[in-house]
Ligand binder design. Structure first.
Ligand code: FE2
Ligand code: FE2
Length: 281
């Protein structure tokens, strides 16, 4: 049996080509693999549910949901998720229930934490991830252990603290996981924000799955617009291509416009997604 995957971009920062789809700063993907239908992240609000209806994606058919990390642009739709799908299970890092997150990117500290009341209320349906593991024969949740390669400079604005503490620390992103999905041609990696660095994430996925050939990387790269983003993108491209030279990069969300421009020039096979797109690999 041939195995490929189909990814519906339910929500992205970039608006859809057609009318009728909501757009917000956030990401939500619906993934149909050979042996599972997965909701990967839920954007910032209920927009992913409205857009799924519009795109005729039946979220009821999902086997489970997965949250890549604890930021509100990925887990903000959790309340609406449980209001609509109270029986479904959600996999996320063990750290998310106990941590709060802030962003200082706009010059003041802004709360980007998940809704902890929702996590507590639906605790029976929330399955904590402690380490990398297979969830089906072709889908793995992978925690990034590699620190060999660069991480996004935008991480310097992001803080984390235990909910019982008053001390904000720079976030180490131990709450971030990626999906590694086997297809005929190799491995597809889905990493919505890639705070731990795309090359580190690829390297950890290869190591955990024991699969060398990575055919595609899908997700945001957290390369935010700045004066030095060109330099940052060049390094990121060099690192990715040094370990996965034949990879196709599908990116959007937190990959800024300036980064996209440099990627277009430097990355041999890059595609930019937006709300409502369907990616088939
Ligand atoms: Fe994000
Ligand atoms: Fe993030």
């Amino acid at each position: 049996m041939k195995s490929s995957i189909k990814i519906y971009v339910l929500v992205d920062n970039s608006p859809a080509a057609e009318d009728g789809l909501l757009c917000e700063h956030g990401l939500s993907l619906y993934i149909e693999s050979s042996d599972a239908a997965i909701l990967c992240d839920m954007g910032a609000s209920e927009a992913f549910i409205r857009n799924a209806e519009h795109l005729n994606v039946e979220l009821e058919s999902m086997d489970f949901a997965f949250i890549s990390h604890g930021h509100s642009d990925h887990i903000g739709g959790l309340k609406d998720f449980f209001e609509n799908y109270p029986q479904k299970q959600v996999y996320l890092s063990e750290h998310i229930a106990n941590n709060s997150y802030t962003s200082a990117r706009r010059g003041f500290k802004r709360d980007i934490s998940p809704d902890h009341n929702v996590i507590k209320t639906h605790g029976d349906n929330i399955i904590p991830l402690y380490h990398s593991r297979w969830i089906t024969p072709s889908v793995a949740f992978v925690h990034t252990n590699s620190t060999t390669y660069s991480t996004p400079r935008g991480n310097a604005f992001l803080y984390c603290k235990e909910r019982t503490s008053t001390i904000d620390l720079l976030d180490d992103f131990s709450h971030e996981f990626a999906l590694a999905i086997k297809v005929d041609k190799g491995l597809v990696i889905v990493s919505p924000c890639s705070h731990l660095g795309a090359a580190n994430i690829i390297s950890s996925c290869r190591e955990f799955t024991e699969m060398d050939r990575v055919v595609a990387f899908v997700g945001g790269l957290h390369l935010v617009d700045s004066e030095v983003v060109g330099e940052e993108v060049s390094l990121c491209v060099k690192e990715i291509q040094s370990i996965a030279p034949k990879i196709t990069l599908y990116t959007g969300h937190c990959t800024g416009d300036m980064a996209k421009q440099t990627l277009q020039e430097k990355f041999s096979d890059v595609k930019f997604f937006k709300t409502g797109d369907i990616i088939t690999i």
